[in-house]
Ligand binder design. Structure first.
Ligand SMILES: O=C(O)[C@H](O)[C@@H](O)[C@H](O)[C@H](O)COP(=O)(O)O
Length: 208
């Protein structure tokens, strides 16, 4: 087991959806089998449609989710539903979130971030079933966010950090300002654990 390293953080230039799709395509095209954890939320929609239209060979890829809302796959809030709609016919293998399941390491973890600095479904305030090791846990945000008022399943911190690298894809001035505060030393947000602790290198893709 390699010694944990302090996380390094870099800002991609450009940080737009095309650049994110290029990064993911490089991982997909690498030799051998790959595991990629996809974020949920609305930011990925543009990247997913770019990836869907690219002639990539997904047959060696396992697509996992960083987290999901506890809703049926055909519910508009389902992260699995969104990702499967874009890549379900790609030939990739899909790995569902199963509470308590041990999670294998990833080649790439793709995170988004909420305005409160949450990543995956690790919220500043939440009920959470704490489990040892890299695993899937159940969380309930406190308060329930109006845009997605649901219980969640999420990879825990250890599972999210068990990756060769992390990309953090965010839009808008307020999220950029939050990240700059965290990088400058503010530990008051869940994202801080990934930018200032020990863990894989993080590339931030930011756009307006
Ligand atoms: O299920 C979710 O909501 C996500 O996994 C979550 O962590 C998301 O990345 C942020 O909430 C940002 O969401 P937006 O991209 O919609 O701003």
């Amino acid at each position: 087991m390699t010694e944990p390293q302090p996380a390094t953080v870099s800002w991609a230039q450009p940080g737009n959806a095309t650049a994110v799709a290029d990064h993911i395509a490089r991982v997909v095209n690498a030799p051998g089998r790959k595991r990629i954890a996809f974020t949920g939320g609305s930011t990925p929609i543009k990247v997913l449609s770019l990836l869907k239209d690219r002639p990539l060979d997904w047959s060696s890829v396992t697509i996992a989710l960083t987290d999901d809302r506890c809703v049926p796959d055909d519910h508009p809030a389902s992260n699995f539903g969104k990702i499967h709609a874009a890549l379900g016919a790609s030939g990739a293998r899909f790995e569902r979130l199963e509470e308590g399941a041990q999670v294998e390491p990833f080649d790439l973890v793709w995170l988004g971030m909420g305005e409160d600095g949450h990543v995956a479904s690790l919220f500043p305030h939440m009920q959470a079933v704490v489990r040892p090791g890299p695993t899937v846990i159940a969380t309930t945000p406190i308060p329930l966010p109006p845009e997605a008022p649901f219980d969640r399943l999420t990879l825990n911190r250890k599972a999210l950090k068990a990756s060769r690298e992390i990309i953090l894809v965010v839009t808008g001035a307020s999220k950029k300002a939050l990240l700059e505060r965290v990088i400058a030393g503010d530990d008051g947000y869940p994202v801080a654990d990934f930018l200032r602790g020990y863990g894989p290198p993080v590339t931030i893709y930011w756009s307006e």
